[in-house]
Design a binder for this molecule. Structure first.
Ligand SMILES: C[S@@+](CC[C@H](N)C(=O)[O-])C[C@H]1O[C@@H](n2cnc3c(N)ncnc32)[C@H](O)[C@@H]1O
Ligand code: SF4
Length: 419
């Protein structure tokens, strides 16, 4: 039996750290003979950094307030130990993208990141135009740190801004001011990053349409190549869940989203996913690979992965111990793994839809076959049902979510639950 649980709730921010095992309870059976993969999908590498200066009250990521000194060297060594044990699963494949996410990877020194990248280069084949992203918090900026990250080989930054209003930043428990956020974007340009993202959230406490517009105008004025515009969601196990702030209602949130889309489009940012907007050629290749149901290896505390196994004709998932202390302790051993499983056909279809239907261009039949190893006939009836509801439509060989399909993404994906 497949249970959706939290899978359809929050926006799928980072599949590599979403607890699939906790949300889809499917017994681990033999691989399904129905899958026929003719080719391996592209491969990315996700690396999780689990510490932050302070835990934000809305955040349910695997991030832990840093107490005492940062275990920099030990953690980098643990990541390398973890990777070495995973290498047999990806022999012979090249890596198209690396994403260092958190938590707050920018807490780590450029020396540590440099050391990690050297270790990765020695063990993996990097694609010629590999994208290497590091998430940065404007409150952890030291003079020259961005330039040093760039020199180490990071070629894309993702800066967590959330809002450009100081009162709002305080309500969100952020450790930085609006001025520091602006300085971080300017420093990114100055350090030579021609490709960086700003994360903003909307539908925030006390926000109105004008203040939402102002946040986007400031972001656009800083000329990032990419803007992520997330609707704030209240997640279980967060302070906001215990003491919910008053938020804009659904209609106002939807109005903010639609106005945001127009404002971003007018400024040259094309939406390609529910929350992602990019200038030409500045889409996030790493996240795009998640949404297209590509493969990714995951290392670090709580990291999840998804790897296609050609020999067994199946897709496997593995996830690591979540708590940084436990992970550090076990990283050199098999016990760093918290769980693993083979995806059953029903999971594969559902997970593909959860991801691909976030993309404005949706997917094609051949893309479905390539990434799932399943025939399109498997989902044809359900696709037709979604078309008859007006949630999906066909466009140049692509099956795309309509505006209503995007708005009611969860209902749309629910159609693909096994009956
Ligand atoms: C894992 S966080 C990492 C960024 C970095 N640690 C920071 O916050 O500066 C990635 C992004 O997810 C978004 N996010 C986190 N929790 C969210 C929530 N409950 N609702 C909507 N977006 C959220 C924020 O925009 C955040 O920048
Ligand atoms: S800084 Fe980022 S990862 Fe850390 S708690 Fe805040 S939103 Fe979460």
């Amino acid at each position: 039996m497949t249970a959706l649980g939290g899978l359809l709730g929050p926006p799928l921010l980072c599949p590599a750290i979403i607890p699939f095992a906790a949300t889809i309870a499917v017994p681990d059976l033999l691989p399904c003979a129905m899958h026929q993969f003719s080719q391996l999908p592209p491969l990315g590498l996700y690396i999780h950094f689990p510490w932050c200066v302070r835990k934000c009250p809305y955040c349910d990521f695997n991030s832990h307030e840093l107490r005492g000194e940062l275990a920099e060297t030990a953690y980098i060594n643990a990541l390398v130990d973890d990777l070495e044990q995973e290498l047999p699963r990806i022999w012979g494949r090249s890596v198209n993208s690396i994403f260092m996410g958190g938590g707050t990877p920018s807490l780590f020194s450029a020396d540590s990141i440099d050391h990690l990248l050297s270790a990765l280069r020695a063990r993996l084949t990097f694609s010629p135009n590999i994208e290497i992203t590091l998430e940065a918090n404007p409150g952890t900026m030291e003079q020259n740190r961005f330039a040093e990250f760039h020199a180490a080989g990071i070629n894309r930054l993702s800066i967590g801004v959330q809002s450009f209003q100081d009162g709002q930043l305080e309500r969100l428990g952020r450790i930085h001011s609006s001025k520091q956020a602006i300085m971080a974007a300017e420093a990114a340009h100055k350090a030579g990053f021609d490709n960086f993202n700003l994360d903003l959230m909307f539908a925030l406490p006390e926000q109105n349409r004008q203040t939402a517009r102002n946040d986007l105008s400031t972001a656009i004025s800083l000329s990032p190549g990419h803007i992520s515009y997330y609707q704030l969601t209240i997640e279980p196990n967060t302070l906001f869940h215990q003491r919910p702030p008053e938020l804009p209602d659904d209609d106002l949130a939807w109005a903010m989203q639609c106005e945001g889309q127009s404002q971003l489009a007018a400024a040259g940012y094309t939406q390609y996913e529910i929350s992602a907007y990019a200038q030409a050629d500045r889409q996030c290749r790493h996240n795009l690979n998640y949404w297209q149901f590509g493969d990714y290896l995951g290392i670090g505390a709580g990291a999840h992965d998804k790897i296609t196994d050609m020999a067994q004709q199946c897709i496997t998932r593995k996830w690591k111990l979540k708590h940084p202390d436990a992970y550090l302790d076990k990283a050199a051993t098999a016990r760093r793994v918290a769980g693993s499983r083979i995806l059953q056909t029903a999971d594969v279809t559902l997970e593909f839809m959860l991801n691909a239907l976030r993309l404005t261009h949706g997917f094609s039949a051949s893309m479905f076959q390539y990434h799932t190893g399943l025939s399109f006939s498997h989902i044809e009836e359900t696709v037709q049902k979604a078309e008859s509801k007006g949630w999906l439509y066909r466009n140049n060989g692509h099956i795309q979510p309509s505006e209503e399909g995007q708005r009611f993404h969860n209902d749309l994906v629910s159609l693909f639950l096994p009956t």
